[in-house]
Design a binder for this molecule. Structure first.
Ligand SMILES: [Zn+2]
Length: 216
């Protein structure tokens, strides 16, 4: 199987701002802020949730879903699933913004069905935390990536330059297993200097390349 490794660039055309475009996200979505001032975290999360709700998957998400590739994503916007990628075919490294869980009893709830309160409260009396990995929190789901690569015949990186840990380890992990890595991105990455630049928008480029590289 081929694995798609996607980042913020794939959702840019859907209107989801990248973290580079929103420096406030990096300042507020941290464990420290969560512990001291959860309302500030929720304020940003509700804001992001509203833009995610309005966004639609673009042809890149759809091409990946049609090719039935396994997706490993750094994104929390849920657009791969809305394009048709099944929940069993995706590993969301940083969680899913559309869900939250109670920090006390673990009850999981969809933001779409919650009151958009400053800090959403659970019926047990405790508070909900968004199902996203905050800065300063470990990316625990990365541990599944090595196992996925063992079953993969190639990796298509879309919309990320793989500069952030642990994603920067991906090309080396693929190389050790002898599987090719192709990158579709706006810019080259230090780890994979060869890349397919998108001239006409990522969705068209990804759609074209998904057909070319579809496993036989
Ligand atoms: Zn609870």
């Amino acid at each position: 199987m081929w694995i798609v490794f996607s980042g913020a660039g794939i959702s840019q055309e859907s209107g989801i701002p990248t973290f580079e475009e929103r420096p406030d996200l990096r300042e507020v979505l941290t464990l420290d802020v969560w512990e001291q001032d959860p309302a500030s975290v929720w304020q940003i999360v509700w804001d992001m949730f509203r833009s995610v709700e309005m966004a639609k998957p673009n042809p890149a998400h759809c091409a990946i879903s049609e090719a039935q590739w396994y997706v490993v994503t750094q994104n929390i916007d849920g657009l791969h699933q809305r394009a048709g990628t099944r929940s069993g075919d995706i590993l969301e490294l940083h969680g899913d913004l559309r869900y939250a869980h109670c920090v006390q009893c673990g009850d999981e709830s969809q933001l779409a069905f919650m009151h958009q309160r400053a800090i959403p409260k659970c019926s047990c009396g405790s508070i909900y935390k968004p199902n996203v990995v905050l800065y300063q929190e470990p990316v625990t789901r990365w541990r599944y990536v090595a196992n996925l690569l063992n079953q993969a015949c190639g990796v298509l990186v879309v919309g990320t330059s793989l500069t952030v840990n642990p994603a920067s380890a991906l090309p080396g992990m693929a190389e050790r297993r002898g599987i090719p890595v192709h990158v579709i991105n706006q810019a080259a990455s230090r780890e994979v200097p060869e890349f397919i630049a998108w001239q006409t928008g990522i969705s068209k480029t990804a759609a074209e390349n998904s057909h070319r590289k579809r496993p036989s």
